[in-house]
Design a protein around this ligand. Structure first.
Ligand code: FE
Length: 205
């Protein structure tokens, strides 16, 4: 936060918005009442910032190569990702929804920006935009087209709404032509967008 006693006279490059000032005031209050430690928020932000979609890609690649793991992942995602050493950062539930030739899932948080940060890192700006949050529900196919995904009209789209209590991760379809690929090779084909549902996994080169 800004009121850093170690750096008196620190000038902000930009004037703080009312919202930012309010957030800082709430933070100071929570610290002064010993509800949170002085560094706790910064530590959580740092933890989220160091996560990347590579972790989610590892989970997807394992699911593609290990059917028993895939079953566990879809039934109880939290326990399954724990097997791979991924601990979800807080109490939120995690649900993994599988894209197939018969159903396509698209993830949105219509309320704000709920996202499986433990596996994907911080959400992209567009995910938090009002336009995406609104349009993903009303015209998901049009949104996906803008991301370059032209989905077969015969495949129904199911839009899932992430919340603070339940975050969704899409298990994209395994690209064709990848038989015999190692988990590492497969993970490289898994894009962040494919785990949100606005894209598909990359085709092998
Ligand atoms: Fe949210």
């Amino acid at each position: 936060m800004s009121d850093d006693p170690a750096h008196p006279g620190l000038q902000h490059d930009v004037r703080l918005s009312e919202r930012a000032k309010r957030a800082q005031a709430i933070h100071r209050l929570l610290v002064s009442k010993n509800i949170i430690g002085p560094d706790e928020v910064a530590e959580v932000i740092e933890r989220v910032r160091t996560r990347t979609p590579a972790d989610g890609a590892t989970v997807v690649a394992r699911a593609w190569t290990d059917p028993a793991f895939k079953t566990r992942l879809v039934e109880d995602a939290r326990s399954a990702v724990l097997e791979l050493g991924y601990r979800l950062s807080h109490d939120a539930g995690l649900a993994v929804v599988e894209n197939t030739a018969r159903i396509h899932h698209l993830v949105v948080c219509t309320l704000c920006s709920c996202y499986p940060t433990a596996l994907l890192g911080p959400p992209p700006d567009w995910y938090k935009s009002f336009a995406y949050r609104q349009r993903a529900v009303v015209e998901p196919r049009a949104v996906m087209r803008e991301f370059g995904l032209v989905l077969d009209e015969g495949i129904p789209v199911r839009v899932v709404d992430s919340t603070a209590d339940l975050r969704y991760l899409v298990l994209p379809r395994r690209p064709i032509g990848t038989a015999g690929f190692s988990e590492t090779e497969l993970a490289e084909l898994v894009t962040r967008d494919s785990m949100i549902g606005v894209g598909e996994a990359r085709a092998p080169a």
